[in-house]
Design a protein around this ligand. Structure first.
Ligand SMILES: Nc1ncnc2c1ncn2[C@@H]1O[C@H](COP(=O)(O)OP(=O)(O)OP(=O)(O)O)[C@@H](O)[C@H]1O
Ligand SMILES: [Mg+2]
Length: 372
């Protein structure tokens, strides 16, 4: 059993290989009805920022260009795949086909239960060959303040996805919109399947990387960058208060998730893992929340820096994260060590080696700055 596992191929590699084979074989992958589009798909595929039908264009996406197009029944988001994704790794290169697969699966599940995924956009049409996904336009803004409603909604959506076997990795600010009533997710380029009854997530073999989960993804890709801004603006008390609120909502979400999965026969290792995380948060909420903030901050900034460096998609905010990490090592190195915050390569390094490592990573992040 063990020998078989060490030999077996990771879920990532299985997925990438399947996508690449599908692309090489030249199949199309389509969902929805072209008649629901605001214009015929061939025209949508040719839109440019100056086309008369285009009300607005979002060019900052790394996988695609998104145009806002007025149709007879309202506004639509027309996502056109780039010929080559700007994220230079296998997940980036297969993110468009991956996104089409997820939308198609979610669409299937919605047929059984229309309200299954609150806060998940419902595209009308998608085609691999035409490089198109057409969705209702979300008249919203990026979240610049994580209030209680917004946190509750994004956790609810994340939980619904997990319960049905969808693990969303990228909750970054450009992938979350709030229309004033509802927080929406719409970009599923990095959303992968997993089995919530036997697996933690879609990393490794699904059951060997417990550090990745919903709250971790939200904190890593989104919340800690925002908390970092609050810290920078001298608003540490507000940052801690919102961190507390996040953890309170996360505790409720994970208790709900655990109960649902338990009722469906989830394996003990999954249920124990969720209980363990909740117990740790509850203890911090009753005791020293500042230490949990430091630990989750360390993890978030390290992982997000790693994502940016792997995808070669660094920005000024990547540099701010590096500076936070270097400052934390300087001021809180002992505490980080005591609470076991160091993971991966960092665990076995000396203080001086860690400082050198993050100074070197900062220089790398300076080299890989992208102009959006
Ligand atoms: N349905 C929608 N309604 C309104 N705006 C949208 C919609 N879909 C996408 N957008 C806008 O277009 C931008 C890019 O979209 P999206 O994140 O799907 O593209 P991407 O290229 O996959 O991005 P990434 O950089 O994450 O790979 C979003 O940040 C958002 O501002
Ligand atoms: Mg995006």
């Amino acid at each position: 059993m063990r020998a078989h596992r060490t030999m077996s191929v990771s879920l990532d590699l299985q997925r990438q290989t399947a996508h690449q084979r599908f692309l090489a074989e030249g199949h199309d992958l389509v969902f929805g009805d072209a008649a629901d589009c605001p214009l015929p798909p061939v025209r949508l595929a040719q839109l440019t920022p100056t086309s008369p039908e285009v009300l607005r264009s979002c060019e900052e996406g790394l996988t695609a260009r998104v145009y806002c197009v007025e149709g007879a029944r309202g506004r639509y988001a027309v996502k056109q795949a780039r010929e080559s994704c700007l994220v230079q790794n296998p997940d980036g290169q297969t993110s468009f086909i991956n996104e089409l697969c997820r939308h198609r699966e979610i669409r299937e599940q919605r047929r059984l239960e229309p309200d299954r995924f609150p806060g998940v956009v419902a595209p009308l049409y998608g085609s691999l060959r035409e490089g198109l996904i057409v969705s209702p336009w979300i008249d919203g803004e990026r979240v610049d303040d994580w209030t209680e409603r917004r946190l509750l909604q994004v956790f609810e959506t994340g939980r619904a996805l997990l319960e049905h076997g969808f693990f969303e990795w990228d909750y970054s600010p450009g992938n979350v919109l709030d229309d004033g009533q509802q927080v929406w997710l719409f970009d599923f380029g990095y959303q992968y399947r997993f089995d919530p009854l036997t697996q933690f997530n879609s990393a490794g073999h699904g059951d060997d990387q417990p550090m990745f989960h919903l709250a971790e993804r939200l904190e890593t890709r989104n919340l800690f960058a925002w908390l970092l801004k609050l810290e920078g603006a001298g608003q540490m008390p507000l940052a801690l208060a919102r961190f507390r609120l996040t953890k309170e909502i996360a505790v409720e979400t994970y208790q709900h998730l655990r109960a649902t999965l338990a009722a469906r026969g989830a394996k003990p290792h999954v249920l124990d893992w969720l209980s363990g995380i909740v117990a740790e948060w509850q203890q911090a909420l009753r005791g020293d929340l500042g230490v949990l903030y430091l630990r989750e901050g360390w993890r978030s900034h390290v992982l997000d820096l790693d994502d940016d460096l792997r995808g070669r998609t660094c920005t000024p905010s990547t540099l701010a994260r590096c500076d936070w990490l270097l400052a934390a090592l300087q001021a809180e190195g002992e505490t980080l060590q005591r609470v076991g915050a160091f993971f991966g390569e960092d665990r076995d390094l000396t203080r001086a080696q860690r400082r050198q490592r993050y100074e070197a990573l900062r220089r790398e992040a300076e080299r890989y700055q992208i102009s959006p």
